[in-house]
Design a protein. Structure first.
Length: 225
């Protein structure tokens, strides 16, 4: 099955759903095989390097990485991404965090495209995007979904910001935002300043809680002073 950008919208959305379902199925099979393997249980206590597919991350990451703290340099990365207009998949098209120096970056890890809570979150960011942009901020959404799903979801909700595909969750692990039990990202938010330094962290961001968005904005306003 091949993704066709010229196919009718329902067909493209169907492809995105199938791709997402296949991804979840692969995760389930992988988790079952890992738990059934004697060697897996024997080495469970030892930290293992996270797999890095096709050079998606710029550094070697471990599954036990602690979340970057306020004042720490934000770990850099290089990931494929999609906007509502286009998919950026080739190595020379991928986005790095360091390429956004000079802007404040809201790094929003979320579980999955098309889900209810994640839709609430990205649409809230969409509706406040113009105000956040006035504070020299851009938003990067990150999940393990394929770029094809990101592209259709961004178009469906008219998102003005890119969605990055961290398919092996290497970046999520570097930011302590990966849920090993479910094979999905946790909902977390990091605010990174124009020099690439972490200025705010919320490891339990709530998609439907206005207070969390207000707190994030207040921290962003401090950087604009």
């Amino acid at each position: 099955m091949q993704y066709n950008t010229n196919a009718p919208a329902p067909a493209r959305r169907a492809f995105a759903f199938v791709a997402a379902a296949a991804y979840v199925a692969v995760l389930a099979v992988s988790a079952a095989a890992q738990s059934a393997s004697p060697s897996a249980s024997a080495s469970a206590g030892a930290p293992q390097p996270a797999p890095t597919a096709r050079g998606s991350a710029t550094v070697t990451l471990t599954a036990t990485a602690a979340a970057p703290k306020v004042g720490d340099p934000a770990p850099d990365f290089k990931l494929p991404y999609a906007t509502q207009e286009k998919i950026f998949f080739r190595p020379d098209e991928r986005m790095t965090l360091s390429s956004l120096r000079g802007k404040n970056v809201i790094l929003a890890f979320y579980p999955a495209d098309w889900s209810g809570g994640c839709t609430t979150e990205v649409c809230t960011f969409r509706d406040t995007f113009a105000d956040l942009a006035k504070l020299n901020a851009t938003i990067l959404g990150i999940s393990g979904d394929y770029v094809f799903s990101h592209h259709e979801w961004a178009k469906h909700h008219k998102l003005q910001f890119p969605l990055l595909s961290d398919h092996d969750h290497a970046v999520a692990k570097a930011y302590a935002s990966y849920n090993e039990q479910y094979g999905l990202n946790n909902r977390t938010v990091f605010l990174i300043d124009k020099d690439g330094v972490v200025r705010y962290v919320n490891l339990a961001f709530k998609a439907g809680d206005k207070k969390d968005y207000d707190t994030l904005r207040a921290e962003l306003e401090k950087l604009a002073k």
